[in-house]
Design a protein around this ligand. Structure first.
Ligand SMILES: [Zn+2]
Length: 573
């Protein structure tokens, strides 16, 4: 097996790639030759694809990248389950859309009128986000596949074997235990995940558990009851409870329906030759689709179930005030507005899929960037290459896109967001201040893509009470009530404040003023008395500049405001 040498660090991606390759070898023999390994994902474009669902796409992406890195041909195949039925009209959509319930997602019109169907409306933003993240996949539309008759042979085979299928389904049906969602968010996520709806009877008597279901030829809904099936002619008769239509579809020649989900999934494993596919934990419990599919694919389709990893839930924090397209549940596009693409990738690759985690859009974002920058510095030292650095490498570049965009000049997110906060100004203004603080660069572009993310984060995710509000007018009352010490400090400061501020002398001056007031030099070590004075002085500065007891680092604040503004707000009248 082509594998990294033993000294190489490894992680869950390494192991999942090993398993995918082993699956192919068990199926096709030890020497795979030019055989292309298939890492698959699948999703129903029934609504916004949130950051929890992103695991479905990004997990096979990383595994395929690892296999490609080893020089083995591989593809990431993504199936859009757009032939699934439209199940409910979400809040915010015209209730008239209820008439489309039961129709394929690809046949429901787009209420926002920007795409050709409901399904396309929700595929488009995810596609854009994935492209930004360097995730390339070969997409398949189940609507197109079924309607073109691509699976007809498999459908007929499943129908011929419907007794075996029912035996397997019945066995697991009794075992089924519903996992209780841990919270509301999770319940919503589960409701949106791939439909588990179709274990309902589709006809009467012997046909109750027929594995194939047509959409009504007259109204397009799946509200049909199968009344007869002829194994010789493959004629399937049905009546529709929505429109009253009674008709016959020929399964071999007319492609008007689909296999029920629990049969559809294993059929496609065999049809596409899937070697690896992840699934949500809800698909991995007893009686769930993977467990059932694993047995069905072997007994009915003569294929070994793909190697599999179950992934856990992804939660969110700090999103109270966001106006997400997903109604409060953030999508990849939302995350990419504040996180560089490699950082978003890193959140997923650095953890085992079975580990649940939260993505925090609040204050944690600052720490996340710090952690990422520190890891980036570590990654430059070949002697320190370990699993963490491996995760950094997987997050930072892809085989086809190469390195994903990162700033040419890495200014700390902490600084960029703080300056954006204080100035509430343009990118050019922020760039100038950041240069004064010592991060030399030639254009705003050097700070991108981070700068605009810092600006977006401050305006969209920092709560109003945590924002810095620079005083518009001097605090005349406070300035009229200065103590003797305070007056001396401000005079010392203003006497020495140059017109153009730079970080180091400004820092030295702010910390030095209380020393000067006690007869020490700027360079002298602070005494305990000076340290107490510094605290009092800094609090005074915050009161006068930003009407608060604390705030961003004072030197940064001074540079962001500029000498003239500082002078205006600090001069006693
Ligand atoms: Zn109908």
């Amino acid at each position: 097996m082509a594998r990294g040498n033993q000294g190489e660090p490894h992680d869950w991606v390494t192991r999942a790639a090993d398993d995918a390759i082993r699956h192919a070898q068990q199926q096709y023999g030890e020497d795979l030759g030019d055989h292309v390994i298939t890492c698959a994902s699948g999703a129903s474009p029934s609504g916004p694809i949130h950051l929890g669902n992103l695991r479905e796409f990004i997990t096979p992406h990383f595994v395929a990248e690892e296999i490609r890195r080893r020089g083995i041909p591989v593809r990431h195949l993504h199936s859009w389950d757009d032939y699934d039925r439209f199940r409910k009209v979400p809040a915010g959509v015209d209730p008239a859309w209820a008439e489309h319930i039961g129709r394929p997602l690809s046949a429901v019109p787009d209420p926002w009128e920007c795409h050709e169907s409901w399904a396309e409306h929700f595929k488009a933003p995810l596609r854009a986000a994935l492209a930004e993240m360097g995730v390339e996949m070969q997409e398949i539309s189940q609507s197109e596949q079924y309607r073109a008759g691509a699976y007809t042979e498999q459908v007929l085979h499943a129908i011929r074997n419907r007794d075996v299928i029912e035996e397997v389904l019945a066995k697991h049906r009794t075992k089924k235990a519903e996992p209780a969602p841990e919270n509301e968010q999770e319940a919503a996520a589960l409701a949106d995940s791939v439909a588990e709806e179709d274990d309902e009877p589709v006809g009467g008597g012997d046909l109750a558990r027929f594995p194939y279901k047509p959409y009504c030829r007259q109204c397009g809904r799946d509200t049909v009851e199968i009344t007869a099936y002829d194994d010789e002619t493959t004629d399937l008769a049905y009546t529709c409870s929505s429109c009253g239509f009674t008709g016959v579809t020929n399964v071999a020649t007319e492609h008007e329906g689909k296999l029920v989900w629990k049969v559809d999934w294993p059929m496609r494993w065999a049809y596409e030759g899937v070697d690896f596919e992840p699934g949500g934990l809800d698909h991995s419990t007893p009686g769930s689709s993977y467990t059932v599919g694993k047995e069905l694919v072997k007994r009915v389709f003569g294929f070994r179930a793909p190697s599999y990893v179950a992934y856990a839930f992804v939660g969110f924090a700090g999103v109270q005030k966001m106006s997400s397209s997903a109604g409060g549940v953030p999508t990849a596009a939302d995350a990419l507005k504040i996180l560089e693409a490699p950082i978003l990738r890193w959140l997923y690759v650095r953890r085992q899929p079975k580990q649940a985690f939260n993505i925090d859009f609040g204050a944690e974002v600052v720490r996340l960037y710090d952690e990422w920058d520190a890891l980036g510095r570590k990654a430059t030292d070949p002697d320190r290459r370990d699993a963490q650095v491996l995760a950094f490498e997987r997050a930072s570049a892809t085989s086809s896109a190469g390195p994903l965009p990162t700033p040419r000049v890495v200014a700390p997110f902490r600084l960029l967001s703080s300056v954006a906060d204080v100035t509430a100004g343009s990118a050019e203004l922020i760039s100038r201040i950041v240069r004064d603080v010592g991060h030399e660069h030639t254009s705003v572009q050097d700070l991108e893509p981070r700068l605009s993310r810092a600006m977006a984060w401050v305006s969209e995710y920092v709560p109003a009470e945590d924002r810095t509000n620079v005083r518009a007018e001097p605090a005349t009352d406070r300035l009229a009530a200065l103590s003797e010490d305070e007056e001396i400090w401000l005079r010392q400061l203003l006497d020495r404040l140059p017109d153009h501020l730079e970080l180091e002398p400004t820092t030295e001056l702010i910390y030095g003023v209380p020393k000067l007031a006690r007869g020490l030099g700027l360079d002298d070590a602070p005494t305990d008395e000076v340290k107490q004075d510094q605290k009092d002085f800094f609090r005074l500065l915050y009161q006068l500049l930003v009407d608060a007891e604390r705030g961003p680092r004072l030197p940064t604040l001074f540079l962001a405001l500029g000498a003239a503004r500082v002078r205006e707000l600090l001069t006693p009248r």
